[in-house]
Design a protein. Structure first.
Lengths: 111, 114
């Protein structure tokens, strides 16, 4: 079974601060996705990264896929209360059907 | 509107009483999957289906059954529920199993087994 470890598990910061969430594995994935989940709802896809070393930006969010495709990071610049939620990374292999999720990082941004 | 619909959203049942959680998607997606979410354990895959009549086990399939007789529906069956199956369940679908595709999740089904 492939495992994904996310850190930190919980993060509480003030509005305007920067933060980075990490997603690490000993396994190689063909792609890695980041999701955000709010209470009472299903996860919503933020980004998919497929190439080792790839960097994608989504407004104040920057996602990076490690060169070896075993790890990824999510960096948020100038966090806002609306960024509060559970952030999940998920790894998959091409056409394999199985997906592996990290345990999640619960982010709280205080006004 | 693209949707993955699960029912029921909330259910309290007793140990041993068979139940089915339905899942339906309106996007003509080939790939569908079931997950359970428990505190501190993230999302764990129960079963997935690459297409009609094609299903396979995820990481935690014990105590669950699925079927995929039609493309749009992927019900999750608990033949004899036990308290350790109390959890939040999510159904998801994507166009194909290709890992680059967007996965759409339903709103979740809270199941309590007493």
């Amino acid at each position: 079974t492939q495992l994904l470890e996310q850190s930190p598990q919980f993060l509480s910061i003030q509005e305007g601060e920067n933060l980075t969430v990490y997603c690490n594995s000993s396994s190689v994935f063909s792609s890695l996705q980041w999701y955000r989940q709010e209470p009472g709802e299903g996860p919503v896809l933020l980004v998919t990264v497929v190439t080792g070393g790839e960097v994608k930006k989504l407004k104040r969010l920057t996602f990076q896929f490690g060169d070896a495709r075993k790890d990824s990071s999510l960096h948020i610049t100038a966090a806002q209360p609306g960024d509060t939620g559970l952030y999940l990374c998920a790894g998959a292999n091409t056409n394999a059907g199985k997906s592996t999720f990290g345990d999640g990082t619960t982010l709280t941004v205080k006004p | 509107e693209a949707q993955v619909t699960q029912n029921p959203r909330y259910l309290i049942t007793v140990t041993g009483k068979k139940l089915t959680v339905t899942c339906s998607q309106n996007m003509n997606h080939e790939y569908m999957s079931w997950y359970r979410q428990d505190p501190g354990l993230g999302l764990r895959q129960i079963y997935y289906s690459m297409n009609v009549e094609v299903t396979d086990k995820g990481d935690v399939p014990e105590g669950y059954k699925v079927s995929r007789k039609e493309k749009r529906n992927f019900p999750l069956i608990l033949e004899s529920p036990s308290p350790n199956q109390t959890s939040l369940y999510f159904c998801a679908s994507s166009r194909t199993a290709f890992s680059g595709n967007t996965i759409y999740f339903g709103e979740g089904s809270w199941l309590t087994v007493v």
